[in-house]
Every structure is written in structure tokens, then in C-alpha cells.
Design a protein around this ligand. Structure first.
Ligand code: AMP
Ligand code: GLY
Length: 420
């Protein structure tokens, strides 16, 4: 069978790597892919958001299954474009992807269906936002309605931060159309967990638990990033996982189905486990990055049948089994990240890291320049360690990291420390 993977980050590299080991998979294409994926897939020069071109490519090659990594093509309607041509896709329709594409849509859905989430209101201008802050109090959280490349959320702990955020949203218009409406919500306290399921819109198969590390610096200090690391399993108790499934995931899927919004893909719930139980922070309509790099190596057996059942709407009765071993993923980022990353730095030691037992390296912001691997983005590599215990996995990951070097390389030293 032929598979197309849309995207070019470490998440997509991990998906390609896992599928490359599936018996039924003969050919893998990656658009736009990256130099690391070229080892397991044929890289195709089509951008991830060129949805019509991708559909034409998939139709011309009779691609059996397309797996979409990033949210943008889904929010733009990739799955609908493929469905019109009868091409199976892992990824929700445009109407389903609104769960990630519009924070206002999701907040209103939660309120309508009684799904536990932070108290919040939608503001269209500074005056409405001020009124919301007056009723919710500080700390408070502002979220741009639309996609903002992970930068549209501002958690404000002081009145000065609130003023700066309001100026950014309503005067500087920093988020353009994505920030025309802003969700203002209470700041929740607790442990944040990532909960991912495969779903065909009714049946769900939970993926292994994971948590990510969003802040740039050790001890969860510094700015928010796209993710500086992940571990799997997380320390999420089974009864809390069951509550997330019952109180958040299932009612959301039921409401989407009721509204005729087709959803065959991954539903990712970012959840705060509070003293009052789990509450939804956000939905993503796709695999998490970097959680996927930690989760997929733990899948026992073949990924392909799970993805096919998802795309075909035949997930009922399917289950995934997970290895007992733990994984830790350490993201190596460029100098300047999460601001403007420095590019073009030669990357050394990837082969040496890969030669170590229990170490995987997935590429993201990399490029080839005159035959040499160089940095080409903020998050450059995901180094994954596997081990019998979390401590072993962490040791393997950092042994891999030690082999790798590029100028300006930054990473957290506390991934998986103090877990399990
Ligand atoms: P998001 O872009 O929605 O993932 O939000 C980024 C981060 O902001 C989340 O991972 C949380 O750490 C934090 N966050 C979002 N909403 C809230 C909230 N209501 N209370 C506390 N933290 C939040
Ligand atoms: N790890 C957070 C995300 O994938 O959005």
C-alpha cells in the first residue's frame, strides 16, 4: 500500500518511521517532508497547505491512505478535498477541525454541552475584554480565536500583563483576523496533561498517555514554545483518564456528530487536572508534537491497521496495545527560538546518536546545504530515548543529545526528571 504523510516536522518523521515498519506499507511519500524523512519516505515538493495540489498528487498515485500532521491543512479543508475524490484520510473535515481552528467555537460547544472547561467569555473589543477581566479577576487568560502558530494564548498574572495583552490583541492587532474575537477565561491551576485518541467520530482508541513540556527553560520557566520535550507514559491516573474520556472527549464527539461534522482522525485534548477534576484547556485536531515522537515508539505492533480503521470509519472493536517501556523526547532547538531562530548551522553527530541503543532521532527544522545537514528552523531535532523505566529512557535520550552538536543548540535538561 501507498501512504502519503502531510507535513515536515519531527512528528511526521515519527509517523513515517513507524509506518515504514508496517508489513502492508510498500511506499511512503512525504510532502514536504524533511531530510530525515528521506531515509524512510520519498520526499515530494508540495507544501503542507497546498490542499488541492496534494489531493491531485494523491489521486494520480492512487494513494491508499493519507495521514495529516499539522492543523493548517485540516482547517483549510484537506479532508473534504480528499473525500470528494474518494481518497481516505486520517484527519477531520474542515467542520470537525474547527475544534482547533476556532477557540470561540470550542468554548461555546463546551458551554452548550456542559463539558468541563475554564469559565470564559468571548470579547470583540477592548471594552468587552475589560468587562470580562473585571468579572473573572486576575490571573486571567486571553486566547485569539483563530490559528496563531501557538502564539495566540497569553496567560496574565498581573494587571500590567493584562494591559500589555489587551494592547497586543486590540490595538496592535498582533493576530490579525485570528484575533478579532478573543476568549477571555479564568486561569486554571493543576497538572497539565495531553490526552490523544484516534476516533472515527464515534468509536475511540486512546493513545498512550503523554505530557509535553511547553516552556523553553528548565523548571517550566521562560516563554511558551511549540514544545521542548515529552514523555510517555505520563503519571495520569487511570480514573482521571476515564473521566477525560467520559466527560470531555465523548460528549464533544457526540455533539460534532449531531451537527454533521465528520471527524476521522486524532482528537487531542489539552487538559488541566484541577482540584475539581479535569477541565479542557484546548483541543487540537491532530497528533501532538512532540508527544507523538514519545508515543509512537511505544506502540506494540502495527500502526497501519489503526490508521486505516480510523479513516474508513471502522474503529469500533479495535484497540492499541502499548509496550511497558518508557520514552523521553528531548527537543533540540536553535539559538533565538522561540523568537527568530538562527539557521544554517551545521549539525554534527546524528549518526553517532542513532548508533546508541534505544535512541531515535526525528528531524524537524533541518535542511541539506552542499550535502551537509544544517539547521533550518526553531525546533531542529527530537531525540527520543527508550528504556525499561523512565529513568532509563531519560538517560538514553540525554546520551543521544550528548553526541549531537550545532552552534547555539538549546534544550531542557529536566525532561522526564521526577516522572515515574
Ligand atoms: P494553548 O495554545 O491553548 O495550548 O495554550 C497554551 C498554554 O497556555 C497551555 O498549554 C496552558 O499551559 C496555558 N493555558 C491555556 N489556557 C489556560 C487556562 N485557562 N488556565 C491556565 N493555563 C492555561
Ligand atoms: N504539544 C502541543 C501541541 O501539539 O500542540
Amino acid at each position: 500500500m501507498r501512504v502519503l504523510i502531510v507535513g515536515g516536522g519531527a512528528r511526521e518523521h515519527a509517523i513515517a518511521w513507524k509506518l515504514s515498519r508496517a508489513a502492508a506499507v510498500d511506499e511512503i511519500y512525504a510532502a514536504p517532508g524533511n531530510p530525515g524523512m528521506a531515509g524512510v519516505a520519498e520526499v515530494v515538493g508540495i507544501a503542507a497547505d497546498a490542499i488541492v495540489e496534494l489531493a491531485e498528487f494523491a489521486a494520480s498515485l492512487k494513494i491508499d491512505l493519507t495521514v495529516v500532521g499539522p492543523e493548517l491543512p485540516l482547517v483549510l479543508g484537506l479532508a473534504d478535498e480528499f473525500a470528494r475524490r474518494g481518497l481516505p484520510v486520517v484527519g477531520p473535515s474542515k467542520a470537525g477541525a474547527e475544534l482547533e481552528g476556532s477557540k470561540v467555537f470550542t468554548k461555546e460547544l463546551c458551554l452548550r454541552c456542559g463539558i468541563p472547561t475554564a469559565r470564559g467569555v468571548v470579547a470583540r473589543d477592548r471594552r468587552e475584554a475589560e468587562r470580562a477581566v473585571a468579572s473573572l479577576g486576575v490571573p486571567v487568560v486571553f486566547k485569539a480565536d483563530g490559528l496563531a502558530a501557538g502564539k495566540g494564548v497569553m496567560v496574565c498574572h498581573t494587571r500590567d500583563e493584562v494591559d500589555a495583552a489587551l494592547t497586543r490583541f486590540f490595538e496592535e492587532r498582533a493576530f490579525g483576523a485570528a484575533g478579532e474575537r478573543v476568549v477571555v477565561e479564568e486561569c486554571l491551576r493543576g497538572d497539565e496533561v495531553s490526552f490523544m485518541v484516534l476516533t472515527d467520530g464515534s468509536a475511540v482508541v486512546p493513545l498512550a498517555t503523554a505530557r509535553d513540556y511547553k516552556r523553553l527553560l528548565d523548571g517550566d520557566a521562560g516563554p511558551n514554545t511549540g514544545g521542548m520535550g515529552a514523555v510517555s507514559p505520563s503519571s495520569l491516573p487511570a480514573e482521571v483518564a476515564a473521566a477525560i474520556l467520559r466527560d470531555i472527549v465523548q460528549p464533544t464527539l457526540a455533539e460534532l456528530a449531531r451537527e454533521g461534522r465528520s471527524y476521522r482522525g486524532v482528537l487531542y485534548a489539552g487538559v488541566m487536572v484541577t482540584a475539581d477534576g479535569p477541565k479542557l484547556l484546548e483541543f487540537n485536531c491532530r497528533f501532538g508534537d512532540p508527544e507523538t515522537q514519545a508515543v509512537l515508539p511505544r506502540l506494540d505492533g502495527d500502526l497501519m491497521p489503526l490508521l486505516q480503521a480510523t479513516a474508513r470509519g471502522e474503529l469500533a472493536g479495535t484497540r492499541a496495545s502499548w509496550k511497558r517501556e518508557a520514552t523521553a523526547c528531548v527537543v533540540l532547538a536553535s539559538q533565538g527560538y522561540p523568537g527568530s531562530p538562527r539557521r544554517g548551522e551545521p549539525i554534527l553527530g546524528v549518526a553517532e546518536a542513532l548508533a546508541l541503543p534505544g535512541v531515535l532521532v526525528f528531524q524537524a527544522g533541518t535542511a541539506l546545504a552542499e550535502g551537509r545537514l544544517v539547521t533550518a528552523g526553531g525546533r531542529v531535532l527530537s531525540v527520543v530515548g527508550q528504556g525499561a523505566t523512565m529513568a532509563d529512557a531519560v538517560a538514553a535520550a540525554y546520551a543521544g543529545v550528548e553526541r549531537i552538536h550545532f552552534d547555539g543548540m538549546q534544550y531542557r535538561r529536566d525532561i522526564g526528571k521526577g516522572v515515574g
